[in-house]
Design a protein around this ligand. Structure first.
Ligand SMILES: [Fe+2]
Ligand SMILES: [Fe+2]
Length: 320
């Protein structure tokens, strides 16, 4: 982009200082597994029954089982990671266990985004990257809508342009995550999104508070963490680029928030504050419930629960 048309959103100094302070705590490579206390560095994560299937003719458990009967989760932040078979107490059958993971490193989700079907192929890393690619792809219309709405509400051109540029960033992030997913044999699910309807400034800014100031800012922290701790060098390189962009997206969210504050009534500002606090509480609950498989911590650099707590505390200070 030529320098005269470059979009410049002022740096959010507290956000950057908080992030860099947190990243200093990231283990310096190559120090091995990036676990905190170790108690959350196992294979424990949410699981539900996905029914049973017949055993192989030789009485062994099928090495690959379908996830088709896994219970659907009402929260679309919950990712169906993989399905495993084990011998059932019922003669001739194998139990299917569906493994779930709550995604903490998600970006700006558009309103109405419908659940995606989990990739039936690939390993846990593939499922993680395919889900991340899907979220990146879903962020593209979210930013395009934000740009249109900012323009409609008379926001400064710098904010409108930054939102459009962010949509372009998310296209590149989608491709990069798709490439990582494909390396692990997984494919990105389709993004299923109903048409957007026009909404008020308050509705737009409430979404920005939740998806931008809380979720995307935390996503920037997690991406930064991954770029420092992933043992897979390709993941580190990809996340380094993404993390830089995500910091700018978080700064855009806070800049939009600051611009809109002046246009809101005291009652609207109070609701905005409440929405941000509610989003923070929900995210905190997700962090507490999280137990990641070791391979996602080691290879993808996902923060362990202890590490995610530290990142979350940084975010809480920032949001407060
Ligand atoms: Fe992104
Ligand atoms: Fe983003």
């Amino acid at each position: 982009m030529p320098s005269q048309t470059r979009v410049v959103i002022p740096k959010h100094r507290l956000l950057r200082r908080t992030l860099y302070g947190l990243l200093v705590a990231a283990p310096l490579l190559p120090l091995g597994l990036a676990c905190g206390s170790g108690e959350d560095c196992g294979s424990g994560y949410g699981s539900l029954s996905g029914g049973t299937v017949p055993l192989n003719p030789d009485g062994t458990v099928p090495s690959e089982v379908s996830c088709a009967k896994c219970p659907k989760q009402s929260d679309d932040r919950v990712l169906l990671l993989r399905c495993e078979g084990s011998k059932s107490e019922t003669a001739g059958r194998a139990d299917i266990t569906c493994r779930y993971l709550t995604c903490m490193n998600d970006g700006r989700r558009p309103e109405g985004l419908r659940d995606a079907l989990a990739s039936q192929s690939g390993d846990a890393l593939g499922a993680l990257f395919a889900h991340a690619a899907w979220l990146e792809a879903a962020s593209v219309p979210a930013f395009l809508r934000l740009a249109d709405e900012l323009k409609a509400h008379g926001a400064p051109e710098s904010l409108v342009k930054a939102a459009r540029r962010s949509a372009g960033d998310e296209v590149r992030h989608t491709r990069a995550m798709q490439a990582l997913a494909q390396r692990h044999g997984a494919t990105m699910p389709d993004v299923d999104l109903p048409p957007f309807e026009s909404r008020s400034l308050e509705e737009m800014i409430l979404e920005n508070a939740v998806e931008g100031c809380v979720r995307e800012t935390f996503g920037a922290f997690v991406a930064g963490w991954q770029s420092r701790t992933a043992q897979d060098t390709e993941v580190r390189g990809t996340l380094r680029t993404i993390a830089r962009d995500e910091v700018r997206h978080a700064e855009l969210a806070w800049a939009v928030d600051a611009w809109a504050q002046e246009k809101l009534t005291p009652a609207q500002r109070q609701r905005l504050l409440q929405a941000r606090q509610d989003a923070l509480r929900i995210l905190g609950d997700e962090v507490e419930a999280q137990r990641l498989p070791e391979e996602l911590i080691r290879e993808a650099g996902m923060p362990s629960r202890d590490q995610a707590r530290t990142l979350f505390q940084g975010l809480s200070t920032l949001v407060a």
